[in-house]
Write a protein that binds this ligand. Structure first.
Ligand SMILES: NC(=O)C1=CN([C@@H]2O[C@H](COP(=O)(O)OP(=O)(O)OC[C@H]3O[C@@H](n4cnc5c(N)ncnc54)[C@H](O)[C@@H]3O)[C@@H](O)[C@H]2O)C=CC1
Ligand SMILES: O=C(O)C(=O)Cc1ccc(O)cc1
Length: 368
């Protein structure tokens, strides 16, 4: 046990738990969790995500070979300050998993002028769920994993961190922290604000018209899935990426003013051009690549309206050990063939499910 490498995981939630599981896949290691929620530590230990937990951050930090900050970004900054005045191991590496990078890198450069390498990290995959109960070793498979090394982080240290994180099977990319915050602002943080505001707009109307809530089921719920994410996490992300989000909001408002004008003028050609431009660009986006917002892999299955059919399908998939992330009956058959939509977390699961169900005579379709 003494010669086992030690990892300290600060924040034992969805992302920290998933990183810990990925590390355990590749390394014989002792992982100790620290979390303000004792329940999360207890659950993570029961699920073998961590080997132990502590309430003494200082004591464990000084024994760790790798320290991973996986708490909300605001808290990560505070922990980093605490770590900077502790006697840490000479060859320790500190990293984080936060969704914003510029602020934490600024703090890291300020606090760690003693040579300790901080390498910012952002695994660009996740979900709207929280806590270690939803952690999965394969959560980051094929996803981008951004690294933002501080001045102290040599290429050798970056390679060591990549080895630690090999089990994530993610694609590592080095980025400048400010560039990272701009790009994620555009494709992740700002869409989150829009999703939340769409939901709030529907809620306002629902109080005046009882049909709104029922018709917001299904597709509307799907396109606003990310609005169900942790409010604490998103509050902190928005505070951290404030200047970029303010500028994106200004751009969006001027875009909306243009749209308002288009709607007011009602010009056939202009309106067509607006939607056609959006369609063309959206259709050109890679379908199978993993982006900043997690895509689920959906399979549509034609089913006959007879009792027991759904349980037959879920039993077949369970027998093949294929996990389902969502299952829904689609009542309108306009756009897709088939009526049962099953979502999977990986493309591999989707393909295995397709083969499994087709072998049993079900007709299946993958929608683009
Ligand atoms: N949820 C997602 O899809 C993604 C989240 N991230 C980032 O990962 C980080 C963690 O988020 P999740 O795992 O999703 O949330 P989570 O809520 O599942 O886990 C966060 C954990 O941090 C703990 N925590 C809060 N304050 C703490 C403190 N002062 N000290 C120690 N532990 C503390 C919480 O009790 C919780 O267990 C955030 O910084 C977020 O920006 C990054 C990529 C994806
Ligand atoms: O729920 C989703 O799909 C997400 O968008 C997950 C997510 C949240 C925050 C990140 O920094 C990266 C990914």
């Amino acid at each position: 046990m003494d010669d086992l490498k030690r990892v300290l995981l600060v924040g034992v939630g969805l992302i920290g738990g998933s990183v810990a599981l990925a590390i355990k896949k590749e390394h014989h290691v002792h992982i100790v969790g620290f979390d303000v929620k004792l329940d999360n530590c207890q659950l993570a230990k029961k699920l073998n995500i961590i080997d132990d937990f502590t309430e003494k951050l200082e004591e464990e930090a000084s024994k760790a070979d790798l320290i991973i900050l996986a708490c909300p970004v605001d808290k990560a900054e505070q922990i980093l300050e605490k770590l900077s005045v502790l006697p840490l191991k000479e060859d320790v590496i500190i990293t984080d998993v936060g969704s914003t990078k510029a602020k934490i890198m600024e703090k890291a450069e300020e606090y760690f002028n003693n040579g300790i390498p901080f390498i910012g990290g952002h695994p660009m995959a996740g979900s709207h769920k929280v806590g270690p109960g939803s952690a999965r070793a394969h959560l980051f498979e094929n996803a981008f994993y951004v690294l933002t090394p501080s001045q102290n982080a040599t290429n050798g240290k970056i390679d060591i961190l990549k080895k630690w994180l090999k089990g994530t099977n993610a694609n590592f990319i080095i980025m400048d922290p400010k560039e990272h915050d701009l790009v994620t602002g555009v494709v992740s943080h700002f869409p989150h604000i829009v999703a939340a505001s769409l939901v709030r707009q529907v809620e306002n109307h629902a109080s005046q018209n009882e049909h709104v809530k029922y018709l917001a089921a299904g597709g509307f719920r799907d396109i606003t899935r990310i609005a169900s994410s942790s409010p604490e996490m998103w509050r902190d992300i928005v505070k951290h990426n404030q200047p970029i989000l303010l500028s994106l909001l200004d751009q969006w408002m001027s875009e909306m003013n243009e749209v308002r004008q288009l709607v007011e003028e009602g010009d056939n050609e202009e309106l067509y051009h607006y939607f056609d431009g959006a369609k063309k660009y959206r259709d050109s986006l890679p379908v199978r690549a993993k982006g900043a917002i997690t895509a689920f892999y959906d399979l549509y299955v034609d089913i006959l309206d007879k009792p027991g059919v759904i349980s037959d399908i879920t039993t077949l998939l369970a027998q093949e050990n294929i996990s389902i992330t969502n299952i829904r009956i689609i009542e309108a058959r306009e756009d897709v063939y088939g009526v049962l939509r099953i979502s999977f977390q990986t493309e591999k699961d989707l393909e295995r499910a397709k083969v499994c169900l087709e072998n049993r005579g079900y007709e299946t379709y993958i929608s683009m």
